[in-house]
Structures are given as C-alpha cells and as structure tokens.
Write a protein that binds this ligand. Structure first.
Ligand SMILES: Nc1ncnc2c1ncn2[C@@H]1O[C@H](COP(=O)(O)OP(=O)(O)OP(=O)(O)O)[C@@H](O)[C@H]1O
Ligand SMILES: [Mg+2]
Length: 267
C-alpha cells in the first residue's frame, strides 16, 4: 500500500520514538510528520539533543520507530537500504586504502554489474567534480579535513543512491572550507540529482543549500516550523547577505530560540 504522492520520496507519518535508557524512558521524537519531495534538498535544524541524528537513523532504517511509519517511494522502511547514502561530520575513510579505493568501497558492497575499470571511472568522475583530481592515489592522512570530506561525499554518492542523508557533514570544517563545500554540494546536485536531507546547526548553510528548512521543536521533537527557500539555478554566497536572506535567518533564529526554551522547560 502506498501513502505517498508520486512527488514525495520520503514520507514520515506520525513517527514517535523513545529510547529505553538505564535511568528510564527518553521520548525523543513525538508525532513527527514531514515529507521530502523527490530531488529536493531539505534541511533539518533544531536545538542540540532534540533528536535530529535519531531522525536520520530512522530514515536510513538503522532504527525502527515505536509508532508511525516512514516510507521511501511508497514502501515502508524496515531495514537499511543501499539506495540511501549517508555522510557524517567526521568522515571515516580507511587509511590502508587510497582515496579512489575508499570512494569505490560502496560499489564493492552494493550488488552491481560494473567492471573494476568502470568502478574506477565512476569514482574518478566524482573526484573531478569535487576538485580532487590528482589525489586519487593518496592516502586519507595525506589530505586536509576539507579534502577528506569531499572524498567522503564522493563515496556516499558513488553507487547513485536515491537519497543522501547528511548529518552535520561540514560541522568540523572552518568557515571558508565549509563555504567551498557548499558550492561543491550544488555542483554535485546539478550533475547527479538526488533527494537530500541535511542536518545542520548552521542556519546560513540551511538556506544556502536547501529548498526547504524544517525546524524541529525541543525534545521530544516534532515539526515546529517550515519554510520554502526560493533558489536560483546558480546560487551565489552573496545572496546570503540579501535582505530576503537576512529576514529568513532572523525568522529561523527566533524559531530555534522557541524550540530551545521549550526543551529547557521539558527537562
Ligand atoms: N542510543 C541511544 N540510547 C539512549 N539515548 C540516546 C541514544 N542516542 C541518542 N540518545 C539521546 O537522545 C537524545 C537525542 O539525541 P540525538 O543524537 O538524536 O540529538 P541531536 O539532535 O542529533 O543532537 P546534536 O545536535 O547535539 O547532534 C539525546 O538526549 C541523546 O542523549
Ligand atoms: Mg546529532
């Protein structure tokens, strides 16, 4: 049975999740409803500890909700799927493998008919797209943090997942490297459309990258606020300093304050 309209890749329906800890039950997500349209990029922001990473685990099938359902293209998610890629704050690259071998890894795990040469070609194309041409044979420790994160994005996309979940992927990088990677993200999306879910604490990042921003309430998280972000085909960093962007950022900041206050009160 399908609940999602054709245009939604991910549908989160009345999801509730509670952790059972040694000190008792910790309700983390409560009656969360949201949908993520196909090939759109949705940013999720909210106070620290409100349940954002838990949400990524639920969407990726690593955790099952206590109540409610999550659908991927109309099919209920009950286990991790190869069509869902993930990237995190600290890229875990295998030190004994070269960069290109790290990028190829998912193609060695997810069944496919590519020859080794084709796999290498695919990885190389992505590495070129993110500006890592010439670093294919280097080891991860020979790269900077920003370069490692670029490689990790290539690895997350090499098997052409339909959905890419990013949990604070640029959180550990300095401000300028982070802005470079925002552009890289736009290039990747232009060349290879996918449905993105971005968890971030950086409101500028959320409006620069995403088509829609969801603010989660304080724990237990539900959808508190939602905005659509108008996008140009070639987004420029300058646009973040426009009056429209500043208004949007002020608005989001206010929503975060409301969520933080609520989380404090629920403690
Ligand atoms: N496996 C777990 N068992 C028990 N409690 C957990 C578990 N994972 C997370 N929690 C708790 O659930 C709450 C939400 O955690 P989560 O990691 O989803 O928050 P978050 O919004 O991603 O936070 P941050 O912004 O700091 O990354 C926190 O209070 C955390 O301590
Ligand atoms: Mg988190």
């Amino acid at each position: 049975m399908s609940f999602s309209s054709k245009k939604d890749t991910i549908l989160i329906k009345d999801v509730t999740h509670t952790y059972k800890t040694e000190t008792g039950l910790l309700p983390v997500i409560k009656n969360l409803n949201m949908s993520i349209p196909q090939n759109s990029f949705t940013a999720v922001v909210g106070p620290s500890g409100c349940g954002k990473s838990t949400l990524t685990k639920l969407i990726s099938g690593l955790l099952q909700p206590d109540e409610g359902e999550i659908y991927l293209n109309g099919a209920k998610i009950t286990s991790p799927k190869p069509t869902v890629g993930m990237a995190f704050q600290n890229p875990v690259l295998l030190e004994w493998r070269s960069i290109i071998q790290n990028v190829i890894l998912p193609l060695e795990i997810v069944p496919n008919k590519l020859t080794l040469l084709e796999k290498e070609q695919r990885a190389k194309e992505l590495l070129i797209l993110v500006g890592l041409e010439g670093f294919e044979e280097k080891k991860p420790s020979e790269l900077s943090g920003g370069m490692r994160q670029r490689a990790s994005l290539c690895r997350a996309l090499v098997h052409k997942p339909e959905v890419l979940i990013l949990d604070e992927p640029f959180g550990a990088l300095d401000a300028f490297t982070r802005e470079d990677l925002w552009q890289v993200m736009h290039n990747l999306r232009k060349e290879e459309p996918f449905t993105g879910v971005l968890i971030t604490h950086d409101l500028r990042e959320s409006i620069f990258l995403a088509d829609e921003v969801v603010v989660l309430s304080g724990r237990p998280a539900s959808k508190q606020y939602f905005i659509k972000v108008p996008k140009s085909k070639t987004p420029k960093l300058d646009s973040l300093y426009s009056l429209k962007s500043i208004d949007m950022l002020k608005n989001l900041r206010k929503q975060i304050e409301i969520a933080q206050k609520q989380q404090e009160e629920n403690k």
